[in-house]
Ligand binder design. Structure first.
Ligand code: PMP
Length: 363
């Protein structure tokens, strides 16, 4: 009699890496279609018409053949859009892929990664996978600002990662502070600019990309998941000095960005005006939502992102669940630093209206 499948599967699990069996998985925000989704910071509007038109131009041969492994056209478009050279750009299957490539390329078991805390949870998951230690250093809370901890560069870490704006706080660290940090870290500074377009909507520079040439130990990440409305297509970009890019390209999956995404991303980078308009719409709606939430007596750190981390106190979990019952998803974490807060993504004006009506009911 053959062994029943479940017990054979259990036996096979024992061959998995013990650290993988022991680790906690990264938990993304819930995905659902039949609700108002204010929990994963996607853009509430569709991608531009120019980007959608590209979908119809994909021909059989492009689908039949492998994509360009090094995404030349996309990287050239990125170089033109961001004022760098194409050999300073690497494309990833989302910026999560860019992060994985960085961890794989730089870190060996026993190394340390430091980041101000709390921040994007994937930095910790990737550390567990790579057998390295994540050193969280608490942000310095200063009124509506979350400031970089003084001790951040002194953690003997090979990588220091700062999300700017930070997720989940939305707070922005100044270019000057980040450049000082780049000068002080012993290893490499990674600045994850997933939400930077919303911080730059007022025309003020917040990105470190213009300073790449002055900081050889700097890596900057961008994503198309937020301001470009392409989270489903999965596209991220990594910017660094050419020798870093050339070496990191060795550790990526050969065809890590698919043919459709390369075409969509290239079109999105060329259609600058629609992108700027989209970002402005989000920022305008953020300002309106902030005015309305103020009338509820809520507060949050000053946000340069497309979300607000609202301080709600003991009611946070109840309100999160109450909103969910009413078909509105926001993000709540059952973790000491975040348990009293709700992170709310900026949606369309009608989404904000539904949210506010539900919050008034739940208050
Ligand atoms: N960095 C930060 C700070 C994020 O919040 C996110 C989105 N959760 C990502 C990176 C990942 O973005 P992508 O969809 O490009 O993988």
């Amino acid at each position: 009699m053959p062994e029943p499948i479940p017990s054979r599967a259990a036996a096979a699990v024992r061959h998995l890496r013990p650290d993988v069996i022991a680790m906690a998985p990264y938990t993304p925000g819930e995905q659902a279609n039949d609700c108002i989704k204010l929990n994963t910071n996607e853009c509430p509007w569709p991608p531009s018409a120019a980007v959608k038109a590209v979908l119809a131009t994909i021909v059989d041969d492009q689908l039949r053949q492998y994509p360009d492994p090094v995404a030349v056209r996309l990287r050239q478009a990125a170089a033109a859009a961001f004022g760098v050279t194409a050999d300073q750009v690497l494309a990833g299957n989302g910026s999560d892929d860019c992060l994985t490539i960085i961890y794989r390329g730089f870190l060996v078991p026993g190394d340390r990664v430091a980041c101000p805390w709390p921040t994007y949870g994937l930095y910790e998951t990737l550390a567990a996978l790579q057998g390295v230690e994540l050193v969280p250093v608490d942000f310095r809370l200063d009124g509506a600002q979350w400031r970089l901890p003084e001790a951040l560069p002194r953690q003997a870490a090979k990588l220091v990662i700062v999300a700017n704006p930070n997720n989940p706080s939305g707070t922005v660290t100044s270019v000057d502070d980040l450049r000082r940090l780049a000068d002080r870290v012993e290893g490499v500074l990674v600045v994850d600019e997933a939400y930077i377009d919303f911080a730059e909507a007022d025309g003020r520079g917040a990105s470190l990309i213009p300073f790449l040439d002055q900081h050889p130990n700097l890596i900057v990440l961008r994503t198309f998941s937020k301001s470009y409305s392409l989270a489903g297509a999965r596209l991220g970009l990594l910017f660094a000095q050419a020798p870093i890019v050339a070496n990191l390209a060795k550790v990526k999956d050969s065809y890590n960005v698919n043919v459709i995404t390369q075409a969509l991303g290239t079109a999105a980078l060329i259609d600058r005006q629609t992108h700027l308009d989209q970002v402005r719409r989000v920022v305008l709606e953020r300002a309106r939502l902030e005015r309305e939430l103020t009338t509820l007596g809520w507060h949050w750190p000053e946000s340069g992102a497309n979300f607000l981390l609202c301080e709600v106190g003991d009611a946070a979990e109840r309100i999160y669940l109450g909103l969910k019952e009413r078909g509105i998803l926001v993000r709540w974490w059952n973790k000491p630093a975040l348990r009293s807060k709700l992170r709310i993504s900026i949606g369309r004006p009608e989404d904000s209206d539904r949210l506010l009506a539900a919050l008034r009911e739940l208050a």
